[in-house]
Each structure stands twice: as structure tokens, then as C-alpha cells.
Design a protein around this ligand. Structure first.
Ligand SMILES: *Cc1c(COP(=O)(O)O)cnc(C)c1O
Length: 364
């Protein structure tokens, strides 16, 4: 078996140390019959008429051709998303890809990418992969933005790029406008506001994206019900989008995603209505959770509730055994040690979660 050990040595010699030390982003298998409240997905499928219409729209796509410039999609999205007429607009294979493009476009090796933590973990992963240095600034104990700490870190680290997820994942809350304004004014580099959860809040920076010299706003269609489609978008002054566009792989937006998005934008109210019912059910779920002994939720403007529970890792495992998948993030950050992140599901799924939790919390 010298072949195997030679190969292992070659892998160790050749693959970047940084990559060897990573663990692959684990997408856990879903046990049969389980309910999935762990990934902020919209639990509702498309209505049958839309499934039919989508199938017909996709059947007409020329998959033998490379994608053309998605001008029609840009034009259709602009009014729906409230993107200012004079802003540039780029698409990504999910906003995950846009995060890479932003780091690649801005950071020389060793330059700093900064964000509050805990926040979306892919900022840090991307910074590492793209040879930048990630600096996380802890939230307060109450999981609010620590503005003095942010401003001090900005001054010290001079970040090329700052990511602010608003609402924040995994905490669910908004950052105050005055604090974001102060960060925008203090930042020597680009500030990207990540509005992945915009469908579930009335708050947005999109209309103000051209009011600052260093602001871009990023969104995704994933949380609105199209996680499988992989479509994110990034808006900002054309001076910014033109530069980020240069690092984009030429055909990153595939023709089926483009056509599906254009078709679904004609039926956007269906997805918006689903989001509105998730917002209503979020309040009911929160009330149900907080009626349980020792359980407390943080304020959320997203489609999930960060929930403090007794023995979070143990409860997470026992929920999984009962076919209820939620997310324990204590390993991601000490501030989350006693928390589960629970996506809002259908009313039936939320009921099953609450019943299961009720049983588990009575029989420790
Ligand atoms: C889910 C999420 C994303 C990733 O979105 P995709 O478009 O699915 O890649 C980006 N930012 C935040 C804050 C998220 O929670």
C-alpha cells in the first residue's frame, strides 16, 4: 500500500495548510420523517400552478448556450427589490459566492475582513480561503452590537471590508441605524450590509445604498423560499459593482436559475405571502417557547428564533432523536453556549416542536 502513503504525503505537501486544517462544511443527512427547523428554509413548497408554470418556463431555456448578460432579470428585480435606478446590480451563485467575490476584489493577502461575532460564519471561512485575515468583534452579553468595540477595532485594524448582517444570523436582531451610520463613517474600507432576512422585517438599507461612498447591500432569494435556486444579489454604486464584476466567473449565474427567478418574480406575491405568514407564526412560536420552563427567546426580525434553553447541546441531541432538527451553535461562539437556533416552520411543525420540547423539558 505504498501508493496510498505516497499519495497521503503528496496531499499533505501540496494542499494549503489552511485548507488541510479546515473541516468540510457539514450538511447533515436528514433522517426520514424528521422536520427541518435548522437551516432557515421556507417550509412551504410552491403551489402546484406555479410548479407547472415554472416547468414550462424552464423547458424553453436554451441550455446548450452559455448564459447571456442577465439584463432582463436585473430589470425585473429592480422595482421588486427597491433597488435605486442608478445603482449597479450583480448576481451570485447564492450570496455565498458574492461574499467570496467581495473579499477577492478588495483584499490583498493579510488585509482585514471584520464583522461582529457571532454572525454569519461564512464571512470568516471566506476570509481564510481568500488569504485575508478575519477579525470578529464580540457582541455584548445581550447579543447586541458593541459599537464602541466596533469603532475601536475599525481604528486599530483598518479593515478593507466589513460585513454587517442586518437582521443578524444567528441572533435575529437588527443593528440600530445610528450605530450602522457611525460604522459607515468610521470605516476606511467597504461596508456590506447583508440583508438575507429582509423578507421578514420592514427594515432595509437598500434605499440608502447610494447615500454613502462605501456602502453595498447584499441579499439572497434563499430565505424567501428559493434556497435551492442559489441566487444572491449585490447592489451599490456602479463604481463598486464594476470592480467586483471583474472577479466574477463569467457564467456564474446559470440559465435555469436566471429563468426560474424571472418566472417567479412575476408571481412574487406568493413568496411574499408565505414570508408574511412565517412572520405571524414567529410571534406564536415565540409565545409557545417562552411558556416552557427555563426557555427564553431573543427578539427576532428573521425567520428563526435564537432560544435560550436548559442544557442546549443535550436538548439539541434529544430533539434530533425525536426527529426535530434545530441548530446548536455553542461551538461557533461562547455567547451561544446555552442557545438553539430554531427556524419558524409550518404551524404543524411548530406544534410538533413545542410538544416535543414540552415532553423533553419535563423528563430531563
Ligand atoms: C443564509 C445566509 C446567507 C447565504 O445565502 P445564500 O444566498 O443561500 O448563499 C448569507 N448571509 C446570511 C446572513 C445568511 O444567513
Amino acid at each position: 500500500m505504498s501508493g496510498a502513503s505516497e499519495r497521503e504525503q503528496a496531499v499533505r505537501r501540496v494542499v494549503r495548510h489552511h485548507v488541510q486544517a479546515l473541516s468540510a462544511y457539514a450538511v447533515a443527512p436528514v433522517p426520514a420523517g424528521a422536520i427541518k427547523l435548522d437551516a432557515m428554509e421556507n417550509p412551504y413548497a410552491l403551489p402546484p400552478e406555479l410548479q407547472q408554470g415554472l416547468g414550462q418556463a424552464l423547458a424553453q431555456v436554451a441550455i446548450n448556450r452559455y448564459p447571456a448578460d442577465p439584463a432582463a432579470l436585473r430589470a425585473a428585480l429592480r422595482p421588486v427589490a427597491g433597488i435605486p435606478q442608478d445603482a449597479g446590480l450583480l448576481f451570485g451563485n447564492g450570496s455565498d459566492e458574492l461574499i467570496h467575490l467581495l473579499v477577492q476584489a478588495t483584499c490583498e493577502p493579510g488585509d482585514v475582513v471584520l464583522s461582529p461575532v457571532p454572525s454569519f460564519v461564512y464571512y470568516e471561512i471566506t476570509a481564510g480561503l481568500d488569504h485575508a485575515r478575519f477579525v470578529g468583534v464580540d457582541l455584548t452579553e445581550q447579543l447586541e452590537l458593541d459599537l464602541p468595540a466596533m469603532l475601536a477595532a475599525i481604528k486599530k485594524e483598518q479593515p478593507k471590508l466589513i460585513f454587517l448582517a442586518i437582521p443578524n444570523n444567528p441572533t435575529g436582531g437588527l443593528w440600530p441605524d445610528e450605530a450602522v451610520d457611525a460604522i459607515l463613517r468610521a470605516a476606511p474600507g467597504l461596508v456590506v450590509i447583508d440583508e438575507a432576512y429582509e423578507p421578514f422585517t420592514d427594515h432595509s438599507w437598500m434605499a440608502r445604498v447610494l447615500d454613502y461612498p462605501n456602502l453595498m447591500v447584499m441579499r439572497t432569494m434563499s430565505k424567501l423560499g428559493l434556497a435551492g435556486l442559489r441566487l444572491g444579489y449585490l447592489a451599490g454604486h456602479p463604481d463598486w459593482t464594476a470592480q467586483v464584476d471583474k472577479v466574477r466567473p463569467p457564467y456564474n449565474l446559470n440559465v435555469l436559475t436566471e429563468a426560474a427567478a424571472r418566472y417567479l418574480l412575476q408571481h412574487w406575491s406568493v413568496l411574499r405571502d408565505q414570508a408574511a405568514s412565517l412572520v405571524r407564526d414567529r410571534a406564536a412560536l415565540r409565545a409557545g417557547l417562552e411558556a416552557l420552563p427555563g426557555v427564553r427567546c431573543f427578539d427576532s426580525e428573521a425567520n428563526f428564533l435564537l432560544t435560550q434553553v436548559p442544557d442546549a447541546p443535550g436538548l439539541n441531541a434529544r430533539l434530533r432523536e425525536r426527529g426535530v432538527l434545530v441548530r446548536y451553535l455553542g461551538k461557533a461562539h461562547p455567547l451561544l453556549a446555552s442557545c438553539l437556533r430554531i427556524s419558524v416552520g409550518t404551524p404543524a411543525e411548530n406544534d410538533r416542536l413545542l410538544k416535543t420540547l414540552h415532553e423533553l423539558l419535563q423528563t430531563p
